[in-house]
Design a protein around this ligand. Sequence first.
Ligand code: ZN
Ligand code: ZN
Length: 156
Amino acid sequence: MQLPKSRRRQKLREKKCQYPGCGKIFFGIHISKYCPEHRQDRYRIRKRTKPEDVNIKNQTFKHNYSEVITMVMNCVLEQCENQFEIKIYPRQYIYPKYCPEHRNEYKRVRHLQKIGREDLIEQMLKEGENFEIEASALAGVKEDIDVPEEALENVA
Ligand SMILES: [Zn+2]
Ligand SMILES: [Zn+2]
């Protein structure tokens, strides 16, 4: 006896939605990860191309400014005295924390070697390993905040 054609289709099985905080049971094929609701586009968890830009190079600055203002910040790198200006935008809370020179990881490592703080290099690189967790917490934040400044620097 021949098997009916429908047998060849993927079998639906009980699956648990993997959307954070959902866990709803639904029927789906083996590769389904989300319940019908969380399969919709607006729930899609976006893969970020460069999450380290937000988490390592930037800081969260809570403020209530309703207009764009310019602020002078100190570079957070150990023993760097450089100050730099940033524009604070309403409802945007992620800003660079290093001076333009030290937004480059290689230069931060060089600086820390120079002042003999190899321990801080290790710590900095460890922060890099954790960035994924923070990246999801910061979903929706713009990731190229400090690009304009760097782009200007490169203009001859
Ligand atoms: Zn769900
Ligand atoms: Zn610096």
